[in-house]
Design a protein. Structure first.
Length: 379
């Protein structure tokens, strides 16, 4: 639960057109010392990561927000520590329905990815079947016409995930995404969201209980979807985010998802990293969604990914912690994919950021040290 709450306000599902300012208006990122870095390439197999042939590196999260996407591109496109960016495949923005020809329209996503690919960066994809706000409506209308749904202020209108028509149509979308991007050399991995957003947490869980939700039903649905992902034989790395739900949190659900994913060669990750996890791991207590124990268990077997629960606290005066401390802990846990919030890149490379003056040097050093392990883009 704690891995999704900060995103409920932070993320809008409305995808706006992506464009860059004319070159004369773009503020160049500070040069500092990054131009002189000698980094291994994040597109090459690396012995410094636990699964050398799987994706690795640090990536900019490109939430569906045109203004932030533009600023990230201006600052990071030619930064060598940045391997690339993560873009979102929002279901109803792509899928026009079974009667449309063509059914899937990838043009807007392709346009947003184009500057990054042109700059030699990798791009990764995260699918959404639901969103993160009360106004969210991400499942296509043709699906809602066939399945039951509920509404809540945290996720808007959501389908009954385990109904056959939802699963069938979402699987068609997933298969289409693999067919479209599976042979694209610029794509690194695809994370399929199976619950809210790109995660496995049950969106509108309390409302779903009115439609028959139980922990057993949810686990069965998630594991069946992971089995389907395996059947796609994707040329690209597939990933799943592990979550917990309930009070107390159902750690066995997270364990079951991680175990099935590892069996299928699916990368596992958590979008709930904070310094509380570091303290818990040191004391032997569970991290959020029990990701620490599952990372210990599957190190070297599948690629491991982390994203902080929300933007960091550069002054170390908040619950998330500073990237200066989070990154070394993530590397210690054999994490080889780091998905980093826009504002945390801005602390390091945007002189207009209020934290830049005091913290940009230590943030840059943290990113550079990580890039020596995880690889960089060389751009």
């Amino acid at each position: 639960m704690r891995a999704i709450l900060p995103k409920l306000i932070a993320v809008s599902i409305t995808i706006l057109a992506f464009g860059l300012h004319p070159a004369s208006q773009i503020q160049a990122a500070p040069k500092d010392k990054k131009e002189n870095l000698d980094l291994p390439k994040c597109t090459d197999p690396l012995s410094t990561v636990a699964v050398p042939n799987a994706p690795h590196g640090m990536f900019a999260i490109m939430f569906p927000d045109a203004r932030k996407q533009q600023k990230e591109a201006e600052l990071l496109l030619h930064n060598p520590v940045v391997c690339g960016a993560n873009f979102y495949l929002v279901w109803n923005q792509v899928d026009r329905g079974p009667n449309a020809n063509p059914r899937f329209d990838w043009s807007e996503v392709d346009e947003r990815m184009k500057p990054w690919i042109k700059a030699g960066k990798q791009v990764n994809l995260v699918t959404w079947a639901t969103g993160y706000s009360g106004r969210a409506r991400v499942t296509p209308d043709f699906v809602f016409s066939k399945v039951d749904s509920v509404e809540c202020e945290n996720a808007g209108r959501v389908p009954i995930f385990w109904q056959k028509d939802f699963m069938r149509h979402y699987q068609e979308f997933m298969a289409a995404a693999v067919e479209k991007y599976g042979n694209n050399p610029s794509v690194g991995y695809i994370r399929f969201g199976l619950g809210i957003g790109g995660e496995t947490y049950p969106a509108c869980m309390y409302k779903l209980k009115e439609k028959g939700f139980t922990p057993g039903i949810w686990r069965k649905y998630i594991l069946e979807m992971l089995d389907f992902e395996k059947s796609l034989n994707s040329p690209k790395q597939i990933m799943v985010g592990i979550n917990t739900f309930g009070r107390p949190p159902d750690l066995e659900f997270a364990n079951a998802v991680a175990e099935r994913a590892a069996q299928h060669g699916i990368a596992i990750g958590s979008q709930g990293l904070s310094m509380e996890d570091a303290r818990n791991d040191e004391s032997g207590s569970p991290c959020a969604a029990n990701w620490c124990r599952n990372f210990h268990r599957y190190q070297g077997k599948v690629a491991l990914e982390l994203q902080s629960i929300k933007a960091s606290n550069p002054g170390r005066d908040g619950p998330v912690g500073s990237m200066v401390d989070l990154i070394p802990f993530a590397l210690k846990m054999k994490t080889q994919i780091l998905e980093i919030y826009p504002v945390d890149w801005f602390v390091a490379y945007d002189p207009e950021n209020p934290e830049y003056a005091q913290h940009h040097e230590e943030y840059q050093k943290a990113y550079e040290a990580a890039a020596k392990v995880l690889g960089g883009s060389g751009k």
